[in-house]
Design a protein around this ligand. Structure first.
Ligand SMILES: NC(=O)c1ccc[n+]([C@@H]2O[C@H](COP(=O)([O-])OP(=O)(O)OC[C@H]3O[C@@H](n4cnc5c(N)ncnc54)[C@H](O)[C@@H]3O)[C@@H](O)[C@H]2O)c1
Length: 348
């Protein structure tokens, strides 16, 4: 598959690595970035473009990967689909569910694959966590806690698009915790009700973008959830976590005894039920996966196109994550819990 890539920031570089690690099935044929410095390393490797119009007119490609600021997600996806290219779009799918709807309609009208890079779903520990919940080893899930704390300030200076709610589509929830929100839906299930206790902002953020958010969930299966995120903490000691509490066990992804991993303590295991956790052998749940999530993700994208099957994270699936994010913001802005509006659930 001939692939063109727009956006050569950190995520763009992960996609380059993924293409190289899928070399039997994928070839990078063109890259595009406004910054000529970032194009330099691709000279002689593939076609390089600093102008997006030229890229879409001249690049030789079957599919496009878009790793660009959020205000371009819907616009460039629609453009690529109108040119009959398959699209892998970075998270968040788009700034609003309305933009997502337009993208899905265009993909279906043009019979092209539209997949969103919600890469936690292609990360071994996350896939293993879902399998363990489904295996019922933890029993009925009672509660879940998730965090994503990362300091954006060294990477994005004051005034960047990422702190502008209109351009980014939100703040820390949209740009960071969208991974956690999507993973909650993937691992635990759909959310019935959400209450965003706090959307905190300061003078780095504008147009409704929040630096910090705290949200509570009630899932359709009765589990309770708590999410805490911020993109301006000063050097947090860790940044992404998931704790799942079931009637028969506890599982978490994070550091334990100095080592990162997926850890479990359950009634079924032989470890001491009160003092220790056992490391989950995630590879046993993720046959065929490598450790680099974007490599697994790209493999799935190509297989979905080749086999004409729905990707795990296609538009119809991920628009539900965007709808949930909209519910979280509506709750925070109104200061009241929001119940799922069944009219916006199933699409079209
Ligand atoms: N999946 C992940 O783990 C992950 C991690 C970080 C970022 N992201 C996502 O990746 C996307 C890009 O994020 P980023 O941090 O690289 O942003 P960024 O602001 O660094 O932009 C990425 C690149 O796009 C280029 N660009 C901007 N406008 C362009 C245009 N009109 N034409 C061509 N190139 C253009 C910029 O020059 C830059 O090199 C966002 O959607 C972000 O949320 C995903």
């Amino acid at each position: 598959m001939k692939i063109g890539l727009v956006g050569l920031g950190w995520p763009g570089q992960q996609h380059v690595r993924a293409i190289r690690e899928n070399e039997n099935d994928a070839a990078l044929t063109a890259v595009c970035d406004l910054d000529p410095e970032k194009l330099r390393e691709f000279e002689g490797v593939c076609d390089t473009f600093s102008d997006i119009d030229e890229f879409f007119t001249r690049a030789d490609m079957d599919a496009v990967i878009l790793a660009v600021p959020h205000q371009l997600h819907a616009k460039l996806t629609l453009r690529a689909l109108s040119l009959d290219k398959h699209v892998l779009i970075e998270k968040p799918m788009a700034r609003t569910s309305e933009e997502c709807r337009q993208m899905i309609e265009a993909a279906e009208r043009n019979h092209k694959t539209l997949m969103v890079a919600q890469n936690w779903r292609y990360t071994p520990w996350c896939v293993a966590a879902k399998s363990i919940v489904e295996s019922k080893e933890l029993g009925k899930i009672q509660a879940v806690r998730t965090e994503w704390l990362l300091n954006f300030r060294p990477s994005f200076p004051k005034g960047s698009w990422i702190y502008n709610g209109e351009l980014a589509g939100g703040g820390a929830i949209t740009s960071l915790a969208i991974h956690n929100v999507d993973a909650l839906r993937y691992i635990i299930g759909e959310v019935e009700e959400v209450y965003t206790n706090e959307l905190y902002t300061d003078d780095w953020s504008s147009n409704g973008a929040e630096n910090w958010a705290m949200c509570q969930f009630k899932f359709e299966n009765g589990a309770l959830g708590h999410l805490f995120t911020g993109y301006t903490p000063f050097d947090p000691p860790d940044n992404g976590m998931l704790y799942v509490y079931g009637e028969e066990g506890t599982m978490f992804f994070g550091k334990y005894q100095g080592e990162n991993g997926l850890w479990i303590r359950s009634a079924k295991r032989s470890v001491d039920q009160h003092t220790s956790y056992e490391r989950v052998d995630v590879e046993a749940f993720t046959k065929g996966f490598v450790t680099h999530p974007q490599t697994n993700q790209l493999k799935h994208f190509i297989e979905s196109i080749t086999n004409q099957t729905r990707p795990e994270t296609d538009g119809r699936e991920v628009i539900k994550t965007i709808e949930l994010v909209e519910m979280m913001y509506a709750s925070g802005n109104k200061g009241i819990p929001m119940k799922k509006d069944r009219k916006i659930g199933p699409l079209l």
